[in-house]
Design a protein around this ligand. Structure first.
Ligand code: VGL
Ligand code: ZN
Length: 200
């Protein structure tokens, strides 16, 4: 019971037809559902932004999606409006087995800071509380799957490795966005942080 499955952002907006669609995002739903049976703890994360969030290009006059700007906490890719709290796009993919989840962790609610990682906001220091939850339950090993491999899975895996978890990322159960070389950078960064890339 020391292993948890962390399912990252399997939401409508990241699947084909969504506001920030990741190619093939819906192809991994069944595989993720099947994998939940193998873990004592299943955590789902849910990107959950207020309208007008600072990560949205629409909040920055003259900016377009995928532009990169400097924020007080570092560089930030600007995105189309997505995963707005309570919207259809913020819901989990209809085929995802959410009944099996022990915890649904919402992130990205702070209007001023994006939050890719399941553990910290993008300032890399404001905690989401997930580390406390997992630690209290005696969990030491994490397997990560979901969307997007080069953003939220990547940041979550790197933070988890830094926090001392044994982290595996099952790349066959992830899909990525790949903007400006983000996929190669993410794979390298995860490996350097000590995460195990399974199936890559
Ligand atoms: C994500 C971009 C913006 C993700 C979330 O889930 O990878 N990417 N918000
Ligand atoms: Zn987001």
């Amino acid at each position: 019971m020391t292993h948890a499955l962390i399912v990252i952002d399997m939401q409508m907006d990241f699947c084909p037809g969504g506001a920030l669609a990741v190619t093939g995002g819906d192809e991994i739903v069944e595989g993720i559902n099947a994998r939940t049976a193998d873990f004592g703890t299943v955590v789902l994360t849910q990107d959950w932004h207020p309208a007008g969030h600072s990560s949205f290009a629409s909040s920055h006059p003259g900016a377009a999606p995928l532009d990169v700007i400097d924020m007080p906490y570092g560089r930030q890719v600007l995105w189309p409006d997505h995963c707005v709290q309570g919207s259809e796009g913020a819901r989990f993919h209809a085929g995802l087995s959410i009944d099996r989840a022990d915890l649904v962790l919402r992130k990205g609610a702070n209007p001023a800071i994006d939050s890719y990682s399941a553990f910290f906001e993008n300032d890399r220091e404001t905690p989401t509380g997930l580390h406390g939850y997992l630690t209290e339950r005696g969990i030491t090993h994490l397997t990560m799957v979901g969307l997007a491999l080069d953003f939220c899975v990547n940041f979550s895996a790197v933070d988890a490795a830094r926090l001392g978890y044994d982290v595996s990322v099952e790349t066959a159960l992830c899909r990525g966005i790949d903007v400006g070389g983000s996929m190669d950078a993410a794979l390298t960064g995860m490996r350097e942080a000590g995460a195990h890339l399974v199936g890559a």
